[in-house]
Structure formats: structure tokens, C-alpha cells
Ligand binder design. Structure first.
Ligand SMILES: [Zn+2]
Length: 191
């Protein structure tokens, strides 16, 4: 199964929440954070929002999912996650994918693959490989192009701020996005 091309029932419902995750990623971009955003949704309502916060906190674990999870766990028992879905602009990394599984998240919807650190198919399949915790289903590719463009805008923006031009100088914003059937040179998360 190609996780980026899966059938998603009632797609507009899920797209609406992914739109809210993209709004959070936009906010991250404005805050000079790697633009990854997420929302956790329970009973059709947003339970918590998160955006990547690793730069401001200087804490590499402050991924969007962890930021939102902290809010949820401050207010609810962990069991609420069993009927909660996650919408995140970029595939959860191995750390987040594992944590989500231990908390028994119901399902994960994401935009683009994370081909350096992905835990839901990009690099490993922590979501449903053999393990003691029950697996969770994943649905990728929702607003994938926008998720990729956010990351590209970030790397161009960061490069322009660099005090000395590096080898990557004059990097231009590429707008071409190849279809998912082709091996994509997708943007790298972190340097
Ligand atoms: Zn993560």
C-alpha cells in the first residue's frame, strides 16, 4: 500500500482538520521554527494544537506532537488518546510515532513523508511493526504539496538570514512537486 495514495473515507472532514494543522505550521514558519503543525481531534473537536518549538526551547524533543500531547496530558487522562486522531503536516518522526503508539492514538493523518526521520513509513514503520502495543492506521498525502512548500520556504528563509553565504547560497524556492509515484528529493528536516 502506498501510504500517500490511500483511500480516505469522508476526505473533506479530514482536510478541514489538516487545514488547521497547516495554520499551525504557518505560525511556526513565522516564528522561525521548522514549519510542522498538528492538531489532535476528539469527537470532531480540536483537543489541542501544536507547532514545532525546538528552536525557541533549544530542546530537540519539542516536536509539534509532543507540544500538543503535553497540553492534553495536563488536562486529561492518557486514555482520551484512544479515541483521538492526530492531523500533522509532516509524517511523525520515529520518536513521536513510538510515543503515539504507546498512548494508543486512534489514527494518524499526515501531509508529506519525512524521509530522514519518519516513523510511519518514511524510514521505519513504528506505527504498525510487530510490537506489544496495538498498531494504529496511517493516512498520508493530505495537502502534501502545501506541507512540502512550507518546508522549502523555511529553508530558503533560513538561508537568507545566514550571516555568511554557505554553499547553498542563492537557493531558490523550487515550486515543482513531483507526483508521489516518483522518488522525491524531499526537504530535509533539520541540518
Ligand atoms: Zn517527532
Amino acid at each position: 500500500m502506498n501510504v500517500l495514495n490511500c483511500e480516505i473515507e469522508n476526505r473533506p472532514y479530514h482536510e478541514a482538520f489538516m487545514r488547521e494543522a497547516i495554520d499551525m505550521a504557518e505560525l511556526a514558519l513565522k516564528s522561525d521554527e521548522t514549519p510542522v503543525g498538528c492538531v489532535f481531534v476528539r469527537d470532531g473537536k480540536v483537543l489541542a494544537r501544536g507547532m514545532n518549538g525546538t528552536n525557541i526551547s533549544m530542546n530537540g524533543t519539542r516536536h509539534a506532537e509532543f507540544v500538543a500531547l503535553s497540553q492534553i496530558l495536563a488536562e486529561h487522562p492518557p486514555s482520551v488518546l484512544q479515541d483521538t486522531d492526530l492531523y500533522v503536516t509532516v509524517e511523525p518522526c520515529i520518536m513521536c510515532a513510538s510515543t503515539l503508539r504507546q498512548f494508543r492514538i486512534r489514527a494518524v493523518y499526515f501531509g508529506c513523508l519525512n524521509d530522514r526521520f519518519g516513523g510511519c513509513g518514511g524510514v521505519m514503520r513504528v506505527c504498525d511493526d510487530p510490537s506489544v502495543d496495538p498498531p494504529y492506521p496511517i493516512y498520508g498525502g493530505i495537502y502534501r504539496e502545501e506541507a512540502i512548500m512550507l518546508l522549502r520556504r523555511f529553508y530558503v528563509q533560513e538561508n537568507e538570514k545566514a550571516p555568511e553565504p554557505k554553499q547553498k547560497k542563492n537557493r531558490e524556492l523550487k515550486t515543482e512537486i513531483l507526483p508521489v509515484t516518483v522518488q522525491i528529493p524531499s526537504p530535509q528536516l533539520g541540518e
